[in-house]
Write a protein that binds this ligand. Structure first.
Ligand SMILES: N[C@@H](CCC(=O)N[C@@H](CS)C(=O)NCC(=O)O)C(=O)O
Length: 229
């Protein structure tokens, strides 16, 4: 039996969460190694576990894969979540690029100074409402299928659902202007593997708290302030 993929990251969302979503949606069981201390991270660096001295790293099929996008493309391709041809893959990459950009804005949130967080939530809501969600609403309207690309469930659908849920955590009414995204969310959430990943006790991670931020800062020796500028 093939070994389960092993994910090396912090015990929190960050750049690994979309990889967890992808594996979970594909119905793949995985193991996790959580970085908790500087010593553990340095030992892994010394063992040359991470090609560019960075995580996420995923041990899968005899490889130690790094670079989030490369990891996702491999998993999506392997599990038939990456379109039927080169054109569909390009469109999936484009849609995933949009949701990644939106989620990258949200990833900053826990690192910001407390006095900047309220303004940042407004930025998240405004970017979702005015830039990203209208695009996916229009795609669903024009394309007229159950899924974003072709007529087949793909990585683009998984990541759009993840992005919707992330924005809703900070801006609960965000979908009120997007009826097709509302039905999309409902439909995709019903897919059994996705439903299971949203149940308590799954390997899905909660919104980062102060403890998570402190661990990341200690392990990476990252003591700089992050501000909205
Ligand atoms: N381009 C990489 C960036 C990975 C990255 O920035 N990882 C951070 C943690 S989320 C890290 O390991 N930082 C340590 C460092 O850069 O020295 C990817 O997309 O995976």
């Amino acid at each position: 039996m093939a070994q389960k993929p092993k994910l090396y990251y912090f015990n929190g969302r960050g750049k690994m969460e979309s990889i967890r979503w992808l594996l979970a949606a594909a119905g793949v069981e995985f193991e996790e190694v959580f970085l908790e201390t500087r010593e553990q991270y340095e030992a892994l660096l010394k063992a040359e576990a991470f090609l560019f001295q960075q995580v996420p790293m995923v041990e899968i099929d005899g490889m130690k894969l790094v670079q989030t996008k490369a990891i996702q493309q491999y998993i999506a391709g392997k599990h038939n979540l990456y379109g039927k041809d080169l054109k569909e893959r390009a469109i999936i990459d484009m849609y995933v690029g949009g949701t990644t950009d939106l989620m990258d804005i949200i990833l900053l949130h826990p690192l910001l100074l407390p006095e900047e967080k309220k303004r940042h939530i407004e930025v998240i809501g405004q970017k979702a409402k005015n830039r990203y969600f209208p695009v996916y609403e229009k795609v669903l309207q024009d394309h007229g299928e159950m899924f974003l690309v072709g007529n087949q469930f793909s990585w683009a659908d998984i990541q759009l659902l993840e992005a919707i849920l992330m924005v809703e955590e900070k801006c609960p009414d965000i979908l009120s202007h997007f009826p097709l995204l509302q039905s999309f969310k409902k439909r995709i959430s019903e897919i059994p593997t996705i439903k299971a990943f949203q149940q308590p006790g799954s390997q899905r991670k909660p919104f980062p708290d102060d403890k998570y931020v402190a661990t990341v800062r200690t392990v990476l020796q990252m003591y700089n302030k992050v501000t909205l500028g």
